[in-house]
Design a protein around this ligand. Sequence first.
Ligand code: GLV
Length: 326
Amino acid sequence: MKPTVFIAHPIPEIGIDRLRKRFEVSVHPEIRPMAPEVMIRKMADCSAVISLLCDRIDAPLLDQCPGLKIIANHAVGYENIDVAAANERGVLVTHTPGVLTHATAEIAFALLITLTRRIIEADRFTRKGLFIGWDPLLLRGDELAGRTIGIIGMGRIGRDMARKCRAFDMTILYHNRHPVDSETEKALDARYVSLDELLARSDALSIHAPATPETRHLIDAAAFAKMKPGAYLINAARGEIVHEAALAEALASGKIKGAGLDVYEFEPKITEALLDMKNVVLLPHIGSATREARDRMSAMAADNVIAALEGRKPPNLVPEMADLSP
Ligand code: GLV
């Protein structure tokens, strides 16, 4: 009998096709998260699952899936999976690093320039028929050239954001768990500073860190108080890193000038106050949503499943598992 693979939501066909050539595959047709009892029912007899960030995979669920060999997360982040619990049960966990770097940095940069040049306001203004002629005082924004971007998290996506900002003549400061090597710093023309210095000196702050207990609410009321007055905040990483109520207050008080968000603390819910603010740009978590990146994520998740079910070491084990022998 062929092993069974459960795909917890629709994903691009490329990965599904690869799996169908080898295994029994079922795709749950809905994007909404499944109730835990439905997850258990669907996963109980599977050898592999492809999951999304909304699928919480923890010890009680894993205990109901004795034949499970691999959880292939269709995302670079994997905070939805209890990796230690999977490890204890001999279940491999993989993710999709590297293939969504450009897409996600592009969306962060798009949020930045959309805010600073007031693109959404300008579009609405034009559609309303309010454009009556070239106006030297109309919709003036802030120029990026000469301003300072503060990057939190200098991994693959943070570095790509730094490159994009550098191309727009911005000064690059960053904060990370550890400074990156000096060659990379030199190539990016980026300088490591403490978080407090980053907050105080950045005209725009862009978050590119993973969701961990250490980064939860890293940007809270105290951090907003330390930010340069009139700075912007961009978050295309994880909602939990920003205290969303404190953000709404910092925007309402004018302490910060605008925010561009692709992710939310209580995703998919959004703090009500943000919805009416015209200096806020809100996206529905589309950082990796290019055709290229999403196809590569689907193919990568499938290739990880194929390797695991054929007894090989999957190429994209999460870092906590990366040194497992095959
Ligand atoms: C998306 O947010 C991802 O982690 O890939």
